[in-house]
Each structure stands twice: as structure tokens, then as C-alpha cells.
Design a binder for this molecule. Structure first.
Ligand SMILES: [Zn+2]
Length: 236
């Protein structure tokens, strides 16, 4: 594939209206480091190659192919002026035998799977484990292997995700709710000043005593939110 992508604007992870580009090339831009990493994983999984992180910092991110002596690499850095990530150097040619069709790819992590299934889960309340495995298979041509090393999946409290995660990734995988989503959902139901701050304090508590103290404050200000946080928080 000899396509060079120039001046391609890639949406951040929160913007799911614009379709992501395919491929990788010098000049390609990403709104966030997360968007860059997710794109690299997506691209490499679909090409059945794997990369290892060579450098990762607040302004630099570079990866190389795990293949023996393979020159494939991508070097990206963050432009402080534009607050945007840009691919500066890149060799998209593999000399490794990546054609060996891997039905399993360690880059295909829970976050990649979540990103992939999220739009479907939002429109369909009944996404079955089989359908999730099928989605991953259709997109990346790899098989989700059940029962691999433990993963922690963080999601909002959508019933479809809860059920699907429980069925596709049974223990020892853990499913926890993202506090940002929990707060967003609480804000829809309660218009209480500083509710965000109070819930964050509960979430950040490092001791049981501190947690109980913060929960007590929350209870006094918004008993409904406190009740929701304490009842059935575990999706498992
Ligand atoms: Zn390679």
C-alpha cells in the first residue's frame, strides 16, 4: 500500500462523527496522544503486525515493528504551539514475515474492543457475545480468545455493555465503571451544585474512613446520588 496521508485530521477519542483515516504517513495529525495510539493499534491489528513502544513521553511517541530486523517504524511528536500530535518520520514498509496470519494479536486489548463495539452498543441494546466476537473478526480478522490474561474493562453503565462484558470476558477479567460516566449520568438526574466535586472526592478517597466521610457529605447534600452510588455498583 503506497499511500501517503498528508494533512489528515484525525478526530480525538470523543469525536466519533468523523471516520478515522486508514494507514499511516508523515504529516498525519492527531488531536490527542490517545487518538494516535488507538489509530496505530487499529492499523497494525488490521495488518496483522505488532509493534513495541520505543519512546513514550508527554511530547514524543515512537513505535517499531516487533519483527526481526524489520524497518517499520513511526515517530510522532506533539507540537506545543498547535497542541496537536503529528507523525514526523515513518517507514510503512515491513520486511518481516507479517503475512503469517495471526489469529491473535496482543495489541487487540479491551480498550480497542470497547472502541470498536461502542457505536454498536449505543444503537443496539442486545449485542450478544457472539456478535462482539464477530465484529472483531470482521474488522481485524482475528479471533477474540477467551480466558487470556486478566483485563480490566472500564465502561459506562449501559446494560448492554455490562451483559456483554460479563459474557465475553468472564472472571478473572474485571469490569469497573468509569467515574466520568457515572458523574455524567448523575448530572442528568440531579441538578446539585458541586455534585461533580463531591463524587470525585468519594472516588479519590484512599482510606475507608475518608471514603465514608465523603459519602456522608454527599448524602447530606444529595441523598439520591449517594444512594445510587452505594447500591449495586458492581457490574459483576
Ligand atoms: Zn514488520
Amino acid at each position: 500500500m503506497d499511500v501517503t496521508y498528508r494533512n489528515t485530521m484525525v478526530p480525538g477519542v470523543d469525536d466519533d462523527n468523523v471516520p478515522p483515516p486508514v494507514g499511516i504517513g508523515v504529516g498525519q495529525r492527531f488531536m490527542t496522544k490517545d487518538a494516535l495510539v488507538m489509530h496505530l493499534k487499529d492499523y497494525c491489528i488490521s495488518r496483522h503486525v505488532q509493534f513495541r513502544v520505543h519512546k513514550s513521553g508527554p511530547t514524543v511517541y515512537s513505535v517499531r515493528c516487533t519483527g526481526d530486523q524489520c524497518p517499520w517504524h513511526v515517530y510522532a511528536s506533539c507540537s506545543m504551539k498547535l497542541n496537536m500530535w503529528k507523525v514526523r518520520r515513518c517507514n510503512d514498509e515491513h520486511t518481516c514475515l507479517n503475512v503469517e496470519l495471526r489469529m491473535d494479536n496482543r495489541l487487540c486489548t479491551s480498550s480497542v474492543i470497547c472502541n470498536l463495539i461502542m457505536p454498536n452498543v449505543r444503537t443496539s441494546f442486545t449485542l450478544s457475545p457472539y456478535e462482539i466476537i464477530q465484529l472483531v473478526k470482521d474488522k481485524y480478522h482475528i479471533q477474540v480468545v477467551r480466558g487470556r490474561s486478566p483485563m480490566c474493562i472500564i465502561s459506562d453503565r449501559h446494560s448492554g455493555i455490562i451483559r456483554a462484558v460479563r459474557d465475553v470476558f468472564p472472571r478473572p477479567h474485571r469490569h469497573r465503571f468509569c467515574i466520568r460516566h457515572i458523574i455524567a449520568n448523575l448530572n442528568k438526574r440531579y441538578s446539585v451544585q458541586d455534585l461533580n466535586k463531591m463524587v470525585w472526592r468519594c472516588a479519590r478517597a484512599e482510606t475507608v474512613a475518608q471514603y465514608n466521610h465523603e459519602m456522608q457529605i454527599l448524602k447530606e447534600v444529595c441523598s439520591g446520588a449517594k444512594a445510587e452510588l452505594t447500591e449495586d455498583m458492581s457490574p459483576e
